[in-house]
Design a protein around this ligand. Sequence first.
Ligand code: DAH
Length: 339
Amino acid sequence: MIETIKKHIAEVEAFTASNKDEIETFRIKYLGKKGLLNDFFAEFKNVPNEQKKEFGKVVNTLKDTAQDKINTLKEVLESSEEIKGVYGDISRPGEPIELGARHPISIVKNKIIDIFSRIGFNISEGPEIEDDWHNFTALNLPEYHPARDMQDTFFIEKNPDVLLRTHTSTVQVRYMEENKPPIRTISPGRVYRNEAISARSHCFFHQVEGLYVDKGVSFADLKQTLQYFTTEMFGKSKIRLRPSYFPFTEPSAEVDVYWGLETETDYKMTKGTGWLEIMGCGMVDPNVLRNCNIDPEVYSGFAFGMGIDRIALLLHQIPDIRMFSENDLRFLEQFKSAY
Ligand code: DAH
């Protein structure tokens, strides 16, 4: 009997298999319920006492050898399968790839850029750290001009000539200094104001500036351009221009778009008036043109400026401007389907 078992051990050691079925048949033969090992274990009681020790040992050896063999054969087979199939199991569900979302500010900014680039505006940018000339003086705000109070400025290192720009109108100046008319440019960017942070206002936000300078540009051109913009941006073509004041434009106006009063949201957005204020604009003041070496006797132009954050808040009914800079994924993920 012991000899038979030893033969089996040799057989097990020599065994090889080329597929799972062969391994399984082998397993059943030795380790299955009705397998040889159970037969040998059952035989134990019939073995004479003096042989019991050796018998037990060989049976256990057979059991361990068979189990080891099965494990190694399985491992070899599995790893060779992995190498063989470059794609592995193609019926397996794929690894999920997290889709990112654009930031709502970028979504609105891109939409504005897209609309103006269709009518020949290019994109220009300027630095966020500015000097007095580009942020104020060239824009017709001389040193003691009361309109400087309109903008709370962050000055850097107590030097009044190094500041964080308070508006993107700075890029108008930079662009006109470096380019000759005809000029058609829009300038998106971040601006800073020393204001208390609340749900409605922040110490930094975003604007888009627009500038059009050429021979014979009129207020009618401005109005037409704005109407094109509101139609494309909001699907609303009814606008009104209210007289206003900006030092860098003359005349100046505030632009309202008629939003309507059909839903409760319309009421909320427009405070019950149906009108929504969306930007400031005007004809570029001759002093500004002159400051940028453009002859106001030859050229005229219009400019406008709008807040991206404000438009994004309105369009998406976002209750708090601080959400734009908190990076809360639960908020940002909601813009996945927007472009
Ligand atoms: N710079 C103004 C602001 O920050 C916005 C503005 C108003 C820009 C009228 C313009 C303009 O170009 O013509 O409030």
